[in-house]
Every structure is written in C-alpha cells, then in structure tokens.
Design a binder for this molecule. Structure first.
Ligand code: IMP
Ligand code: MG
Length: 182
C-alpha cells in the first residue's frame, strides 16, 4: 500500500483544499481589474493536481498552457541545469502569466523559467507555488503566491512524486527514508 511508505502526513486533503481556495481568491482579487489575457502555465507533471484545483476556484477567465522542464540530477536532488522539454503552445506577448508549480526547492528551475517567460514579452509573470522549502534555496526566487512553507524532507503526494509514484495521494506526506535510501 502507498500509505505504508509515508512516515507522516504534513497536510491533509482538507487543509490543502482550504489553502488552495485562499490562494485562488487572492489571485482573483489581484487580477480582476487587469487588462489582457491571463495564462495559467502549469509545470508538468508535478503541478497538475494543484493546477486543476486552483484554476477551478479562480472566478476569472483564464487560458491554460503547460511546460515541461527538467533539472538534471537524480531523483531526490537537483543539479542546477535546466532543460525545457515542452515549450508553450501560445504566444504570451502582452499577457499576464501565472506560473503554477508544485514546489520550489533550490529555486534553479523557477529562476530559469521566470527569466525565460519574461523574455517572451509577457505583460507580467508571477509565480504561484504550492510548496516552498526555504532552507534549501540556492538562488533567490520571489514566490508571489505560496501555499505552505515546508521543512527539508522528501515529500510526496498531491502531484509530487518519488521515481514517478505517489503523485495521486490526496495529501502531502513525508516519504520514509528507507524508501529512497535503499
Ligand atoms: P528546484 O529547481 O531545486 O527548485 O527543484 C524543484 C523541483 O524539484 C520540483 O518541481 C520537484 O519536481 C522537485 N522536488 C523538490 N523537492 C521535492 C520533494 O520534496 N518531493 C518531490 N519532488 C521534489
Ligand atoms: Mg517539478
């Protein structure tokens, strides 16, 4: 069973839903009087679960797009180099882009993506990340909307994976060390 591999539940499904609603309301307030299209850009695959919950609670017209970015490294530590494996499908010139990410760890992936999107002449680029691990930051990244700050533990669920699994757990859990250290 997936749940046997979890040492502790950090955020229950109910806590997550409450927080996601708050983030969506904040975004709605901030964007409701802006001119120009709003593009929610989800970073596949980790952000998918958060993305769908979030966008359904934003009471404004938004457009969907997705990117795949990969930072080189092994399964639990990233290395600092970023590669774009799937780019945007649309031209975002003059648009308001909200990047939706699962977790900001070292910050390398997001620093790279934010610069990349700003160079595409978006009217604005903001970042909404479900989780942030401030103690692991190696480059400064402004998170405009952050769900929760978390300690330096390996987390899974609600989109976050270890070796491709656990993404469909409906809560955020700490993965037992013996799972990824074996
Ligand atoms: P960064 O470039 O170091 O900020 O890496 C961010 C990416 O690392 C996230 O999008 C996740 O894919 C992955 N990541 C970082 N911490 C965790 C974790 O605790 N569980 C699962 N994935 C993580
Ligand atoms: Mg990711």
């Amino acid at each position: 069973m997936m749940k046997d591999d979890i040492r502790q539940v950090l955020f229950t499904h109910e806590e997550i839903q409450r927080r996601v609603s708050e983030l969506a309301k904040e975004i709605e307030e901030d964007y409701k009087n802006l001119e120009g299209d709003i593009y929610c850009v989800g970073i596949l695959k980790g952000a998918v679960v958060f993305y769908t919950d979030l966008v359904c609670r934003i009471g404004l017209p938004v457009r969907f797009d997705f990117m795949i970015a990969s930072s080189y490294g092994n399964a639990t530590k990233s290395s600092g180099m970023v590669r774009i494996l799937k780019d945007l499908d649309f031209d975002i010139t003059g648009c308001h882009v909200i990047v939706v990410e699962d977790i900001i760890d070292s910050g390398t992936t997001m620093e790279y993506l934010k610069k990349y999107l700003q160079n595409r002449k978006a009217a604005s680029v903001r970042l909404c990340s479900f989780l942030s691990k401030p103690s692991r930051r190696r480059v400064d990244v402004d998170i405009d909307y952050c769900g929760f700050e978390v300690p330096d533990e390996f987390l899974v669920g609600y989109g976050l994976d270890y070796a491709g699994l656990y993404r469909n757990l409906p809560y955020i859990g700490v993965l037992k060390r013996e799972i990824y250290e074996k």
